[in-house]
Ligand binder design. Structure first.
Ligand code: KG4
Ligand code: ZN
Length: 353
């Protein structure tokens, strides 16, 4: 069973071929990230235009890398949502057209759920992938942390999951991006903060963790504001100082210490809840997924505090990619899920899990 996955929910245009839900045959990604850097975040119109320009060459490259003609593909899988409307539209319309032209079934994929399935890849024809030796087992606890999502989900089976908690405001990746912007560091903020944090004292500043009634719910907007206040206070200013002045007025030591303290607390917040859920639900596997799963600090804290090993996707499979989409597509096809109607499949920008 070979599935061609297509992903265009944000600024990455990606296509990949996965066989039998565990074997990676190809993975191609074109990012329009460089075009968004001057704006400090993804500009939806620029992302959509860029998808149009590269989607066909990217699909072509994924098929060539897998040494396959599209005739040899058994099914298509495409991200239906959540994501940017204009971006999703390009992927979904392309997939629908291919499904009709080549008579292939097409499976609609939830982008957030798909992130978890990056952990099911255990073999690859391609060099340079650090993959787990076996697939995760159910019940599976997943911490999904990206620029748009922060969720803890318990999977009882492939298509049976329970949302334990999620963020009430900013996603954790979004908090990293906003704090980085405050310091004049480039987008995406996660890696920028991580680079500064290496040289900083993570205990120099005490920042708050939000307490919410929902046991596994999150909030990051208070942490973001507290970080701004600490940065203002560090240079002797009050809350009226505009955040765009911080980049030039903070010393390198102050920036490094604030970045390290923020990173420690933001990551501790999600690790606390993951440890709690692991104790309460006793899952057989624990996985992390989404762009923030690339964080070395997250991997370190989880390894320190959990008694069982946590499965982490290869870094190339943490950020947006089509491998995860094709993998979930393989399971949908294998377990007899109904394919979508290629004449009617629509985008769902606000799709939830
Ligand atoms: O999953 P993803 O590629 O796109 C979304 O679906 O959101 O995640 C992107 C997010 C960005 O917010 C970025 O700052 C964050 O992942 N990120 C990180 C790291 N690498 C990427 N956050 C913390 N530490 C990192 N090393
Ligand atoms: Zn994502």
């Amino acid at each position: 069973m070979k599935v061609l996955g297509i992903e265009t929910s944000c600024d990455e245009t990606a296509a990949a071929v996965v066989e039998n839900g565990d074997h990676l045959l190809s993975n191609t990604v074109a990012s329009s990230l460089d075009l968004h850097v001057p704006y400090g975040g993804v500009v939806p119109e620029i992302a959509a235009r860029s998808h149009i320009e590269v989607i066909l060459p990217i699909i072509d490259a994924a098929l060539r890398e897998a040494h396959l003609h599209i005739d040899a593909i058994d099914a298509l899988a495409v991200t239906q949502g959540p994501g940017l409307g204009g971006s999703l539209l390009i992927g979904v319309l392309t997939a629908r057209t291919l499904a009709l032209a080549y008579h292939k079934p097409i499976f609609a994929i939830n982008h957030v759920t798909a992130h978890v399935y990056a952990n099911f890849i255990t073999a690859s024809n391609l060099p340079g992938y650090a993959l787990p030796s076996s697939q995760p087992q159910f019940p599976l606890l997943a911490l999904i942390v990206s620029g748009n999502h922060t969720q803890i989900v318990l999977f009882h089976g492939y298509f049976n999951h329970q949302l334990l908690g999620q963020t009430h405001d900013d996603a954790i990746g979004e908090a990293f991006d906003k704090v980085a912007k405050m310091f004049g560091l480039p987008y995406p903020g996660g890696p920028s903060i991580a680079r500064w944090a290496v040289h900083g004292d993570a205990n120099r500043y005490q920042l708050p963790k939000a307490k919410l009634t929902g046991h596994y719910d999150f909030s990051f907007s208070g942490l973001k504001t507290a970080t701004l206040r600490i940065a203002q206070a560090a240079i002797g200013a009050d809350f009226t100082l505009p955040s765009y002045e911080l980049a030039s007025r903070l010393s390198d030591t102050q920036k490094a210490d604030i970045a390290a303290s923020f990173q420690r607390v933001a990551i501790e917040t999600v690790v606390d809840k993951t440890v709690g859920a692991s104790q309460e639900f006793q899952p057989r596997s624990i996985v992390i997924a989404g762009g923030v799963a690339a964080s070395a600090e997250l991997r370190r804290q989880l390894a320190d505090r959990l008694p069982v090993a946590v499965s982490c996707p290869d870094l190339k499979l943490c950020t947006d990619n089509a491998v995860m989409v094709a993998t979930l597509g393989c399971f949908k096809a294998r377990f007899g899920q109904t394919p979508a109607d290629p004449y009617a499949l629509d985008i769902e920008p606000n799709l939830s899990m």
